[in-house]
Design a protein. Structure first.
Length: 525
């Protein structure tokens, strides 16, 4: 019987992963987080790239990427498929711990159908087609445009370990193991230090209230500290820059580069309020449960720290993301609500067949989304440029591309563009332009700077900002004919310029060496 239950869970998890879908390689944040690993593995000429030689914020993840690149980057795709299955498996276990949930087959299959529906790509595509907004995304994403899963493999996806920790604790497993799993998420991405700490505090307090067992609580704290210290040391080693203006670097990160993650007034809107209400509803169904108290304590801690950030305006606290705990709280609320609805699902083979058909249909539609390219769309006009550079770029070549600081000062809310056509972010939104963000990984060539991919060490953040100011000066105002520009380009180490074909450059120090319908490449004489 146990074998068939396990088999059933694995089948539903695989169907969930198909229904969720994943992006092709080099999508969105992958262009930053694959860079160090790709450079270590000798991908193109990235070993000479400036950003690839800054301090790595996610060394464990980069090591895994490097291993994959030495075989074939394609292996990163099944790795994410497994993470999606783990996410569903943890949700499956958490659902079985919801008060009143009777794990009969009709309820289990109904939960699988409902939970898969809440994450299914085809449902999100339909929402965009009908309303222009990816509303189902808010059932799985947290506040401030942060999330556990996302479109593809990246360090934040290992936040799934937080949900696994909740599953272990909710089912009465070892609290020490639960604490270790939560802390392990920090070894992949230091941004989980505070959410993991809040969750572990919830486990500690709930365990003490339930058992009064001091040894167990001390053991949980010790194991969590051991695993969490890896993330702490890693984060401190990256951020520490003797002699650098750390306050200015933090301001640049929080207010210039990622304000959609850091500035509450930028991400808090009506939908964020509804998400908070969704979390409250989920906890209401858990009241009285020890793991429900752990969730409440974690949520309350995040709320208090968010209030503290609003009062103090601290950039340090903003970059610790006290609201990031919501990336766990929202999916847990979705699990709980889905489990409650599944309890009402009628018994009998007809209702079970209906649930199974929903899951199979969503999985098949997910395959269709990937095959027919209904999501994860990127700028196809860039492909000829990347193919040319892959063949011709040299190890000492450095390319300047058209970049600028996005005008996102009036944008509010946190939206998903995953299943929208290739966005050219409009002025006044929270969205970052996607143009040429695949440059490094797709071409293997060294890039001077871009807005999407950033370092985190204070001194390197300041250097990134200086480079952005220099590069954007060519985009925001026409400097090509100003005196001394050729010398400035050489002083910065720039050997080539990539520019839109619609705005050709005619200056004597640039030699046109390539052109297609979208872009031209010039060599600095």
């Amino acid at each position: 019987m146990r074998f068939w239950l396990l088999f059933e869970a694995v089948v539903f998890a695989a169907a969930f992963a198909l229904a969720h879908t994943q992006s092709p390689l080099y999508y969105s944040n992958q262009n930053q987080y694959f860079l160090h690993g790709a450079a270590q593995a000798g991908h193109g000429h990235l070993a000479n790239d400036w950003l690839a030689n800054t301090r790595d914020p996610t060394p464990l993840f980069s090591w895994l990427v490097a291993v994959a690149y030495r075989w074939d980057p394609w292996w990163l795709q099944p790795a994410y498929f497994v993470l999606l299955m783990v996410y569903f498996g943890a949700a499956w276990v958490v659902a079985s711990a919801v008060p009143g949930f009777v794990p009969r087959r009709s309820a289990r299959w109904a939960f699988a159908a409902l939970f898969t529906f809440a994450h299914a790509a085809i449902v999100r595509v339909a929402s965009i087609q009908l309303t222009g907004v990816d509303y189902p995304w808010y059932w799985q994403a947290g506040l401030a445009a942060q999330y556990l899963l996302g479109p593809g493999l990246q360090p934040s996806a290992f936040g799934v370990l937080l949900l696994v920790a909740v599953a272990v604790y909710a089912k009465g497993g070892s609290p020490v193991v639960a604490a270790a799993l939560a802390a392990a998420a920090c070894t992949f991405h230091a941004t989980y230090l505070l959410p993991a700490a809040l969750l572990i505090c919830g486990f500690l307090v709930a365990s003490w209230l339930a058992t009064r067992d001091s040894r167990r609580v001390v053991g949980m704290a010790a194991v969590a500290s051991l695993f969490g210290s890896v993330g702490c040391v890693q984060a401190l080693s990256v951020l520490h820059s003797p002699g650098a203006d750390s306050a200015e670097a933090l301001r640049i990160l929080a207010d210039v580069r990622i304000p959609h993650h850091c500035v509450v007034s930028r991400w808090f809107d009506g939908i964020a309020a509804l998400q908070i209400g969704w979390v409250v509803l989920g906890w209401y169904f858990l009241r009285g449960q020890p793991w429900g108290w752990a969730i409440l304590i974690a949520a309350f801690g995040g709320f208090l720290l968010t209030i503290a950030q609003l009062i103090t305006g601290s950039h340090t606290l903003a970059l610790a993301f006290p609201w990031r705990i919501s990336v766990l709280l929202v999916p847990v609320a979705t699990i709980v609500v889905a489990a409650k609805i599944a309890m009402w699902w009628p018994r009998g083979w007809v209702s079970e067949a209906m649930a199974a058909m929903v899951v199979v249909g969503l999985a098949g539609a997910g395959v269709g989304v990937m095959v027919w390219g209904w999501g994860y769309r990127m700028a196809e006009e860039e492909e000829p440029l990347y193919a040319y550079l892959w063949q011709t770029a040299g190890p000492q070549d450095v390319y300047l591309v058209p970049v600028s600081f996005p005008k996102v000062g009036r944008g509010r809310g946190a939206v998903s563009n995953t299943f929208r056509p290739p966005p050219r972010a409009a002025s006044g939104t929270n969205q970052i332009p996607v143009d040429l963000q695949r440059f490094r990984l797709a071409s293997g060539a060294c890039l001077y700077v871009d807005f999407k991919s950033i370092p985190y060490s204070a001194a390197e953040v300041l250097e990134w900002y200086r480079r952005m100011q220099f590069a954007s000066s060519f985009t925001s105002r026409d400097r090509w004919n100003s005196p001394g520009i050729a010398a400035e380009l050489k002083r910065e180490g720039i050997t080539h310029v990539v520019w839109p074909q619609s705005k050709p450059l005619a200056v004597d120090y640039l030699e046109l060496i390539y052109a297609d319908e979208a872009y031209a490449v010039y060599r600095v004489r």
